[in-house]
Design a protein around this ligand. Structure first.
Ligand code: NAD
Length: 488
């Protein structure tokens, strides 16, 4: 592993603000929060927080905009989403640079996130023209029975800092495509991507009020928006504890919810797999976004006969990481997004050490400035160390042997999470049995194939409910209305 120092060019960081009813608002007496470059610890800018009056205006404008946006032709909504996708592609490099500056991931990964989000916008542009109702044959010939799918109303969305652009694009495109309007509270740590979404949607011709962007103290903003009677739908991506709080609050007010929460993905390698290829592929996934990915592989269950070989190859593959400022040309892993994650990683490693586990590589912060952490592999550890049960959300994995399919299924399914799972085997029978037996919203066999625009993304159990992407993508943003009409 190489660790590079490089000072970031922060001059290119965009100005950020609130977007309410089509108007950009700056600090202007509002409370602000520092935006920090996680690679250098340097300040990039100041983010204004919405006050209560701003939040109230955002709700009123979204409510008013809904009255007309809900009845626009799907062709019009599709054209706006399509135009947004084109603008995302045209501005991809600037948006990616902002993401690398405030989030930390390597520029190539940021660019991938942005381009991939354009595909999501295109997918929603296509699918929103196919939101159909149906006719149900009546019992009485004088009656016509129809089922309509109608937009649910004003949505409040809360998106995280790990994929600041793509997580928000998925929610915004699903809401707007369905005919809803939306108030988005993006991640305060990484606002540039969210501001770009607002700017490009305005340029794409989205009417004022259809998309409002607010920032602030997360718990205060989410409570105010969820309790507001005009808000009919809550969509959150983030940690399990916060998701449970927001779902409970939404439940008190009978609001629909989509919850994309954390994971602790098992990666299962059978002894008939291509062990080298599995180690390479899994190391690449572990390093992606410095492990700050809800579908990141974390528990590596390796069949006993190939355990040591996998461990060697996995550690060797992680050692090729070039860790540094994401603006560096050949950097493959950036810093953690904020200092809180370094503290969390230290605590997990310390717990593993105190329980007698071995650390094959890493297990330490890298010299500052910036919030860097070395790719870390724990092994020879009991199943109840904290890292085996708590989402590390960092470049940390635990390698542990297993004996047979029944043993590994029991252990893989032993946590309350149920987001992603990975499986490597050459046996079609093993793949079938284990893929069907895993308690997960998504299972990837012999490769990494999750989160495409055309495939549904979502979890089960504590990892939440509801799907984003795929043909399911509008389900959470539509209500079902039945009309029975007697025409004598
Ligand atoms: P956190 O739980 O404090 O925050 C996670 C996200 O939720 C942040 O974006 C934060 O702004 C938001 N949030 C927190 N409290 C909120 C509230 N009351 N209302 C609305 N939003 C709220 O943790 P963190 O240190 O920022 O992130 C680490 C943890 O977050 C990880 O362990 C991981 O489980 C989770 N996370 C998950 C995802 C995901 O894609 N599922 C993404 C980012 C973070």
């Amino acid at each position: 592993m190489q660790h590079e120092r490089r000072s970031a060019d922060t001059a290119a960081y965009p100005s950020v603000g609130l977007l309410i009813d089509g108007e950009w608002l700056g600090a202007d007496g509002r409370a602000t929060q520092d935006i920090i470059n996680p690679a250098t610890g340097g300040m990039l800018g100041k983010l204004p927080h919405a006050d209560a009056a701003d939040l109230g205006r955002a709700v009123v404008s979204a409510e008013r905009a809904f009255l007309s946006w809900r009845s626009t032709s799907p062709l019009v909504r599709s054209a706006v989403l399509r135009r947004f996708a084109e603008l995302v592609r045209a501005n991809a490099e600037d948006i990616a640079r902002g993401i690398t500056l405030d989030q930390g991931k390597p520029l190539a990964e940021a660019l991938g996130e942005v381009r991939f989000s354009a595909e999501h916008a295109d997918w929603h542009a296509e699918e929103c023209r196919r939101i159909y109702g149906r006719i149900i044959p009546p019992r009485d010939p004088r009656v016509a029975q129809s089922v309509l799918r109608e937009p649910v109303g004003v949505c409040a969305a809360f998106t995280p800092w790990n994929f600041p652009f793509s997580q928000a694009v998925r929610k915004v495109c699903a809401a707007l495509g369905a005919g809803c309007t939306i108030i988005l509270k993006g991640p305060e740590d990484t606002p540039s991507a969210i501001v770009a979404i607002g700017r490009l949607f305005m340029e794409a011709g989205l009417p004022p009020g259809c998309l409002n962007l607010v920032w602030g103290e997360p718990a205060v903003v989410s409570r105010m928006l969820i309790e507001s009677p005009a808000v009919r739908k809550v969509s959150f991506t983030g940690s399990v504890p916060v998701g449970k709080q927001l779902a409970a609050l939404a439940g008190q007010h009978m609001k629909r919810t989509t919850m994309e929460l954390g994971g602790h993905a098992p990666a299962i390698v059978f002894d008939d797999a291509d062990v080298e290829a599995a180690a390479q592929a899994l190391a690449a996934q572990k390093l992606r976004n410095a492990g700050q990915v809800c579908v990141s592989p974390t528990r590596f269950y390796v069949q006993r006969r190939v355990h040591d070989r996998f461990l060697d190859r996995f550690v060797a593959a992680l050692a090729t990481a070039r860790v540094g400022d994401g603006l560096g040309a050949d950097v493959t892993m950036g810093p953690l997004c904020h200092a809180r994650r370094q503290d969390a990683m230290d605590a997990l490693v310390e717990d593993a050490r105190s329980r007698g586990a071995a650390i094959a590589t890493g297990g330490r912060r890298l010299d500052g400035p910036g919030f860097f952490y070395a790719p870390t592999v724990i092994h020879d550890a009991p199943d109840d160390i904290r890292a085996m049960r708590e989402e590390p959300f960092g470049p940390l994995g635990i390698v542990t042997p297993f004996d047979d399919a029944a043993d590994v299924l029991r252990r893989a399914n032993s946590l309350p999470f149920g987001l992603a799972a990975y499986l490597f085997t050459r046996s079609a029978g093993t793949a079938h049995t284990v893929a069907h037996g895993l308690s997960a919203g998504m299972v990837s066999v012999n490769h990494f194939g999750l989160a495409l625009a055309e495939t549904p993304f979502g979890g089960v159990n504590d990892s939440g409910y509801g799907s984003e992407g795929g043909q399911e993508t509008f389900d959470g943003y539509l209500t079902t209305k039945f009309i029975t009409h007697r025409h004598d």
